[in-house]
Design a protein around this ligand. Sequence first.
Ligand code: HEC
Ligand code: HEC
Ligand code: HEC
Ligand code: HEC
Ligand code: HEC
Ligand code: HEC
Ligand code: HEC
Ligand code: HEC
Ligand code: HEC
Length: 422
Amino acid sequence: MRALVVFLAPVWLLAQQARDTCVECHTVMEGELQKPALLMKGDVHTASALSCADCHGGDRFSDDPTVAMNKAKGFIGKPKRTEIPQLCAKCHSSPDFMRRYRPQQRVDQFELYKTSVHGKRLATGDETVATCIDCHSVHDIRGVKDNQSPVHPLRLPDTCGRCHADAQKMAKYKIPTNQLAEYKTSVHWSALAKRGDLSAPNCASCHGNHGAKPPEVESVSAVCGSCHVLFAQLYEKSVHQPIFSAASGGGGCIVCHSNHGIHQPSVAMLAGPKAVCSGCHEAGSAGAKTAEQMAQLLDGLDASLTRSENTLTLADKYGMEVSEAQVKLLDGKENLVKARLMMHSFRIEDMSKPVEAGMGVAAETLRAGQAALHDKDVRRMGLAVSVFFIAITVAAIWLLLRRQESDGSGYIEASASQITKE
Ligand code: HEC
Ligand code: HEC
Ligand code: HEC
Ligand code: HEC
Ligand code: HEC
Ligand code: HEC
Ligand code: HEC
Ligand code: HEC
Ligand code: HEC
């Protein structure tokens, strides 16, 4: 008997350790009291054997609610909104604690959060701003790479939009509420959502996850250059840089491209009724003339390359060998891309180099295409001539046969009449 007790004691202890009266009791409750217990099954913390009491405190081994949820046992109940970041930071800002579960995990979320507009306003008691749970949810927190997580790149815009696209909620701040709608019309969202290109920016790529701005970026408006490096290098040295800089209330790239509704750029930005340049450069001014000239250069190269391409396509359709020229044409298109890039120094001299090179390719490939079409005509002419001679020969043979045929039948007719006469 004694042996049995000794034998069973560790089993009883284990069962006791695995008990979680918070989960047990809340699972059989209703509504808001039950929901957390059901949701927690899919939570990332449950997977690491963390549970209700690790956030809410209390005694998870007691069946008596007055003991289980006793302040003396550290029970905090439902935390106030303003206290949530500290609650999460209890573990997430502790390198020693986090190392036990995930050695590589960052522990700076709370420190960064305090530098953001959200964090600063929460510190003054404003409860409308985002806390950790507004972006990550609560009781249903997922790993950030989980595609069901509200911070997954494809879901995050709607997560931010829950507040930022809600005119009523944002009314007291007097800031626009069009960011989500604009962003969803952008080249970035279409690269992300339609092409699945996760390198395209979502809200947090530009605004930072936790801090006021992403690391290594001195201001949000300078964020474009962290991905579009070559464009930024040219722009940095351009006449516009000091004028559009943060110091003069500028905005850099977004002066011409906007921030949320960035659309596919085209020469329509340079010249014509929708040109961005004409907003500042009056017709006839040096800037306007340059814009006009740049549009002509880009349009000219584009049109020449298109003409070469059409000619080569036609020749190819007729079965002429033009693959070498078609490969060469890719160089020309590369030059057009380069010209659009070089435009960002806003100096004709820089842009004309790739344009000239591209025009050279366009001319060369056009010649190749035209030569192929010419060869095709010559071959066709040759074919027509030989068909003509073959036809004449066939006709001559036919006539000859006809003649012989009619000679022969005449003889028969003649003999037949002779017989009847006889
Ligand atoms: C035997 C049942 C029972 C157990 C065990 C129990 N609870 Fe509760 N819990 C309740 C009931 C009933 C309420 C609602 C009434 C109340 O607030 O006391 C509640 C309320 C809560 C609330 C909401 C409090 C608020 O301020 O709105 C939290 C949070 C909570 N429980 C967490 C826990 C945690 C953590 C544990 C384990 C340490 C636990 N509960 C154990 C029954 C239980
Ligand atoms: C990772 C930390 C964390 C864990 C783990 C956790 N909670 Fe919570 N819980 C919170 C936070 C934060 C809130 C406040 C939510 C809010 O303000 O909307 C909350 C709110 C609640 C509420 C109040 C709900 C309401 O809307 O009134 C209850 C009840 C509750 N939790 C029970 C539980 C139970 C039961 C478990 C375990 C099954 C659990 N919690 C696990 C962080 C946690
Ligand atoms: C404004 C939205 C937002 C708020 C507020 C927020 N987070 Fe995050 N969090 C994110 C995003 C976005 C990511 C990155 C997702 C990714 O890498 O794809 C992230 C990532 C994380 C990660 C994974 C490790 C890391 O740093 O990348 C942890 C842990 C985390 N957040 C905890 C917190 C905690 C704790 C708080 C509160 C102090 C908080 N978050 C507040 C949006 C937010
Ligand atoms: C008791 C300590 C503790 C508390 C309190 C806590 N967490 Fe965690 N959290 C962890 C641990 C440990 C992990 C790592 C789990 C894993 O990845 O296996 C984690 C993981 C996460 C992740 C996933 C990170 C990733 O890399 O995918 C997010 C997001 C997160 N927690 C958010 C929160 C939020 C929000 C709160 C506050 C409501 C919170 N946590 C409170 C300990 C805690
Ligand atoms: C729970 C609601 C809520 C969520 C979710 C939320 N925000 Fe906010 N955000 C606010 C409020 C409220 C302000 C304060 C507005 C102000 O002070 O102008 C704010 C301020 C900001 C600001 C500063 C605006 C300014 O004044 O210049 C930025 C940028 C911002 N949020 C970006 C985001 C991004 C990005 C996300 C998602 C990753 C997000 N927010 C999620 C409520 C939210
Ligand atoms: C490509 C980068 C980029 C992306 C993506 C982006 N923003 Fe912005 N956002 C900016 C820039 C740049 C500003 C202007 C900041 C400044 O003037 O300092 C801005 C300004 C804001 C502001 C301040 C109010 C305003 O409209 O001027 C809020 C709020 C905001 N963004 C929220 C969001 C939300 C929500 C998303 C996702 C739906 C988002 N942003 C996506 C770059 C971006
Ligand atoms: C996180 C990286 C990242 C950031 C930050 C970023 N972009 Fe982009 N951008 C991309 C990617 C990826 C594409 C898609 C490229 C493609 O279409 O092949 C893109 C496409 C574009 C395009 C269309 C280019 C084309 O050839 O179709 C423009 C214009 C653009 N971005 C401007 C900006 C501006 C302006 C900003 C700053 C407000 C910015 N981007 C911030 C990554 C970024
Ligand atoms: C003064 C206005 C202006 C500024 C400032 C500006 N751009 Fe542009 N950008 C343009 C115009 C105009 C085009 C369209 C050229 C065309 O397609 O004809 C363009 C095109 C682009 C393209 C698409 C190129 C392609 O191959 O289609 C990208 C990407 C781009 N810009 C990024 C940036 C970035 C990043 C910055 C800041 C470092 C920036 N731009 C600053 C006017 C500007
Ligand atoms: C927000 C106003 C603004 C926009 C938009 C703008 N510029 Fe400018 N630009 C200026 C200012 C200010 C100067 C310096 C004063 C000047 O020379 O007119 C300048 C200077 C220039 C110069 C040098 C002019 C000279 O005198 O040598 C060129 C070239 C130029 N811009 C081209 C463009 C082109 C091309 C676009 C459109 C893609 C454009 N700018 C859009 C404000 C703007």
